[in-house]
Design a protein around this ligand. Structure first.
Ligand code: KIV
Length: 255
């Protein structure tokens, strides 16, 4: 599954998180384009307030489970907090996630991680960037807040996105930024963007599956519960259709 082909043919990319073989099988069989083993497992599996406690060992365990049933979708895996601080550490940990079954690794941040991005590029390891709200920096960011609302912050996110493209990143997840900024970034980059709380003009959409299925309580504005039709399969198919048709997210779910 090559995400670039989707952008090149103007087809939206669909992505859901999964942490185990059973959910991954349902999503894969419903035709999802990519599955993210997200470090959101800290919240939804471990029951923590944030993602900071997730370890490489946790990630390997969940990636191995998902990889057993993720046959068609692209398996993306998060590099957890403090696992990509130097280029050597990034390379070592990325290889551990690939050995577990990931096909692409994702990590948060921009310019400050130039050495890590370049190390993975030099070793031909596919990377997805993650800009805007960065849950691993939730304490520094002062909580789960929309990012890029002022001109300087918006420019920094746009500059980071352009730098990531130059450093060989294959896609960028944009979290919780104004829809107008996400549109600008998506138009100016050749690589695809995947949004969550970033409006309908991203090249794809991702949701945390536990949010999409209405399991999570107290979710934020960008979350839509797709389980209204009564089965996980129908919710997954509705999510895929809504992203492909650009009927999700509407303004109601955007900033
Ligand atoms: O860990 C995760 O689930 C994420 C979300 C933003 C999709 O990165």
């Amino acid at each position: 599954m090559n995400l670039q082909n989707f952008k090149d043919r103007n087809e939206k990319i669909t992505c859901l998180t999964a942490y185990d073989a059973s959910f991954a099988q349902v999503f894969d069989e419903c035709g999802i384009d990519s599955i993210l083993v997200g470090d959101s497992l800290g919240n939804v599996i471990k029951g923590d307030e944030n993602t900071l406690s997730v370890s490489i060992k946790d990630m390997i365990y969940h990636i191995q489970a998902v990889a057993k049933t993720c046959n068609k979708a692209l398996l993306i895996a998060d590099m957890p907090y403090k696992s990509y601080q130097t280029s050597e550490q990034t390379l070592k940990n990325a290889n551990l996630l690939l050995d577990a079954g990931a096909q692409m690794v994702k990590f948060e941040g921009g310019y400050e991680h130039k050495a890590s991005f370049k190390a993975l590029q030099n070793n031909s390891i596919p990377v997805c960037g993650h800009l805007g709200l960065q849950p691993q920096s939730v304490i520094e960011m002062g909580g789960y807040k929309v990012q890029g609302r002022n001109k300087n912050d918006a420019q920094r996110i746009l500059d980071d996105a352009k730098a990531l493209e130059i450093w060989g990143v294959k896609a960028i997840l944009l979290e919780c930024i104004p829809a107008s900024l996400a549109k600008q970034i998506s138009e100016q980059l050749s690589i695809p963007t995947i949004g969550i709380g970033a409006g309908v003009d991203c090249d794809g959409q991702v949701l945390v599956s536990y949010d999409m299925l209405g399991i999570t309580k107290n979710t934020t504005k960008f979350v839509k519960n797709f389980l209204s039709n009564g089965s996980i399969e129908s919710a997954t198919k509705d999510f895929i259709q809504a992203v492909k048709n650009s009927t999700f997210p509407t303004n109601k779910y955007s900033f």
